[in-house]
Design a protein around this ligand. Structure first.
Ligand SMILES: [Cu+2]
Length: 270
């Protein structure tokens, strides 16, 4: 009797400990959805585990000296009960999982009503062997290398593709993961909620320097983000201005100079 009580108490306290762990503030809507689903599934998974383990331990102790075991007889009521209980549990798991999987912050589909609006941030992440090139097509197309900068509390879209082989785009802390496939643009969407710097990396083995394919996602308050974009655009224009100047110095003629200036005007207009 004492052993049984001890086993029960230790199983229950382990379950309590698992639930008492302080939940971390969500860093994005995507990771919030994933963690929420995980918690709901644990809420049914843990009690079932405890029930099964308690019955198992109880049975092993209770019948350990039984030299004449008898088979279980049919028990219709018990069978109906566990069939219905299992159906209800599976239904709950299915509905809860589908609710998260169908959310555009988890699975983005282009034909959904959710689409990038004016002012939404779009980052194009292009993978190659072995690195990343992050560009901002809505902001004039400047590249920020391997560092993504996005504003907090705003819809952010990542357009993920590859120049050569299949790579993987993953930022676990923000709940982001998507394949980078050559010739294909995969879009994921999220709303980062917590300013900070998050580590991203390639999750598809792609060759000898696969392990070097790191990138970062920096989440900034809106005003700091706007300032960063302006700085990037200014330095992009500066460098294109320099290249046109060097073009002039080669004395290839006035036509190339005017061509350059109209090109940079078009870039500004965009
Ligand atoms: Cu890779």
């Amino acid at each position: 009797m004492k052993g049984k009580r001890f086993a029960l108490i230790s199983v229950l306290s382990a379950a309590l400990l698992a639930f008492a762990v302080e939940p971390v503030a969500a860093q994005s809507t995507s990771i919030d959805l994933i963690n929420g689903l995980n918690e709901r599934l644990l809420l049914i998974g843990v009690p079932i585990t405890i029930l099964v383990e308690v019955i198992l331990i109880y049975t092993v102790f209770k019948f350990r000296n039984n030299s004449d075991p008898k088979p279980t007889r049919e028990n219709r009521r018990l069978e109906i009960t566990w069939t219905i209980a299992t159906a209800i549990i599976l239904l709950f798991v299915g509905v809860a999982s589908y609710g998260v999987l169908a959310n555009p912050n988890i699975t983005y589909m282009a034909d959904q009503e959710v689409a990038p609006n004016e002012g939404d941030v779009v980052v194009e992440a292009t993978a190659f062997q072995w690195g990343w090139n992050m560009t901002y097509p809505e902001e004039g197309g400047f590249s920020s290398g391997t560092n993504i900068v996005v504003p907090a509390d705003q819809d952010v879209y990542f357009v993920i593709t590859s120049d050569d082989v299949i790579h993987g785009f993953a930022v676990p802390e923000l709940g982001l993961k998507q394949d980078a496939i050559p010739g294909q643009e995969n879009v994921i969407k999220t709303v980062p909620t917590e300013p900070g710097t998050y580590q991203g990396y390639c999750t598809e083995y792609c060759g000898v320097s696969h392990s070097q394919m790191y990138f970062t996602v920096e989440v900034l308050p809106q005003d700091q983000y706007d300032q960063w974009v302006q700085e990037q655009q200014a330095s992009a224009n500066e460098s294109s201005g320099n290249s046109s100047a060097s073009g002039n110095s080669t004395a290839s003629g006035n036509s190339s100079a005017s061509g350059n200036s109209s090109a940079s005007l078009a870039a500004l207009a965009n």
